[in-house]
Structures are given as C-alpha cells and as structure tokens.
Design a protein around this ligand. Structure first.
Ligand code: SAM
Length: 260
C-alpha cells in the first residue's frame, strides 16, 4: 500500500502537504520562540511534514522514520542534509534513545499501526519530559469528503468494502485520539479539526490516483476485477459529475505534553 513514492504524492501527498502547516500550528504553535530543537516525524512517508518543519524553523533538526524503504529514499532526497536523519523503522519500536527529542509527531499514521497504543507509548518514550506529542488522522467517519465519497460508493457497489472503511476510522472515533493520549499518561491533552480544501479539475483527477494501489482505497480498487472497477468508477462519476469537483476534507488532530 505504501511502496511507490511518486504514486503516493499523486494520491495523498498533494493533500498531506496542505494539511501539514495547520497541523504544526495546532500542535507546536507558530512563533519563532516555539522553535523545537528536534522533532521526530513518525511515519514520515515521503517527508511532507518534515519539509514543513524544516522550512518553518531554520534551527530545528528532524528525525524522520518510516517502514517503507521507497518513501524513506524520497524523503532523504527532499530533506535538508545536516538538519535531518531519515531512517527505515516502525512506530512500534522506534530506533531512538529515550527522551531524545523535543517533540514527536505522527501525521496520517496512527490508523495504520497494528497497535496505536504501542505507537503512542513509543512516541512518549523518545520525547523528553515537558516535550510535545501530536497526531492527526483523517476524519474517515465524517468530514474526510474525498475518502468518505469513495467508501460510500464502494460499499454501495461492493457491500463488504464497509469493513475496511470502519477499521480505518477506529482510532479517531468518539474522542479516540484524545483518549489514546490521555491513557498514555500525557497531560494538557487538546484536540480539534483541520480542514483541507480539495480541488479536482476533472473527475479523472479524482479517480485515476485510486488506480495506483496506494493506501487501503487503492488496495481495494486493485482487488477488484475489471467489471467491479468499472462499476465503482461509474458509481463515483454519478455521485461527483465530470468536474471540476470542490470538496473540503477534515482531519482530527490531538496534542499533549509529556509530564515533567
Ligand atoms: C498516509 S501515509 C502518511 C505519510 C506522511 N506522514 C504524510 O502525511 O504524507 C501513512 C504512512 O504510515 C506509514 N506506516 C505504516 N505502518 C507504519 C508503522 N508501523 N510505523 C510507522 N509508519 C508506518 C506508511 O509507510 C506511510 O508512509
């Protein structure tokens, strides 16, 4: 699901790039005085969050970690040498020492972990006392219009698609993100919503990235036969029209402090 960096950028990276500034504003703040010395970007993908962190704060160092070697290779090419280390690794066992960073952030990652409780515990372990943890996930169950539209159409055409959709929403549902952070023993837990405006000039610009096999939606499309894929395309086209298509997609964010 996460093996082709260019395909990821076309499918989701173009939107995580837009999400990143608002997420950093919400979790770490906007002022130069808030500048963290070191931030871990957990599940960095192709590096869109790290790019934002390095551009925003000229003295900040980033440690970016992702299990996908292809994504790590792309992130390495993009991130400022000397101010970044990009590692292949898992959130389930972060390859860093305890209390080694000022902040650990995970953007669009927690819902892909085998156990988000372990991932958050690991983020807490590597963050110094008084440091900040932050996470964002798309609001699959509600306002993530791009994927809500996809999964509603997918479940209409192939009823078993609903199970994947439900699983993706689990970490964020019913205050789940705040609960995860509170249960991890973090303090000053706060959360909210971020909106990403999405513009697709044509229906093809919305549909074709789903054919690239990225993420659970791309995986679902790859698993369909030709007739099934065409039925899904036709259902989405009926719902969305030829374009241009304007949507607003919502992500949930949470931030908290590691107790001193
Ligand atoms: C939707 S992408 C988000 C990437 C990037 N943070 C962004 O916002 O563009 C999900 C990422 O989670 C990563 N991922 C999957 N399992 C993981 C794990 N066990 N530990 C860390 N990252 C993981 C994937 O490789 C992928 O890069």
């Amino acid at each position: 699901m996460f093996g082709d960096a260019a395909a990821y950028e076309r499918y989701m990276g173009r939107w995580s790039t837009v999400l990143a500034p608002g997420f950093v504003d919400a979790v770490l703040g906007t002022s130069a005085s808030a500048s963290p010395a070191s931030v871990m970007d957990v599940g960095c993908g192709t590096g869109n969050l790290s790019v934002e962190l390095l551009a925003r704060w000229p003295l900040t160092h980033v440690v970016a970690i992702d299990p996908s070697p292809a994504f790590v290779a792309t992130a390495r090419e993009r991130l400022t040498p000397g101010r970044s280390r990009v590692l292949v690794g898992s959130a389930m066992q972060l390859p860093e020492a305890p209390a080694s960073v000022d902040a650990a952030l995970a953007m669009l990652v927690l819902n892909f972990l085998p156990d988000p409780v372990v991932g958050v515990a690991e983020m807490r372990r590597v963050t110094r006392p008084g440091g900040v943890l932050g996470a964002a996930v798309w609001d699959y169950g509600g306002g993530m219009a791009m994927l809500r539209t996809f999964w509603d159409a997918a479940a209409h055409v192939h009823p078993d698609a609903g199970a994947v959709d439900q699983a993706l929403d689990r970490p964020a549902r019913d205050g789940g993100l705040e609960g995860l952070f509170t249960d991890a023993g973090l303090v000053d837990v706060a959360g909210g919503l971020l909106e990403v405006p999405m513009h697709f000039p044509t229906f093809a610009d919305y549909w074709e990235p789903f054919l690239l096999g990225i993420g659970p939606a791309g995986d679902h499309v790859l698993g369909l036969d030709d007739a099934g894929r065409e039925a899904l395309r036709a259902e989405l086209a009926a719902r969305l029209g030829d374009g241009p298509i304007e949507m607003t997609s919502t992500a949930r964010w949470v931030r908290a402090t590691v107790p001193a």
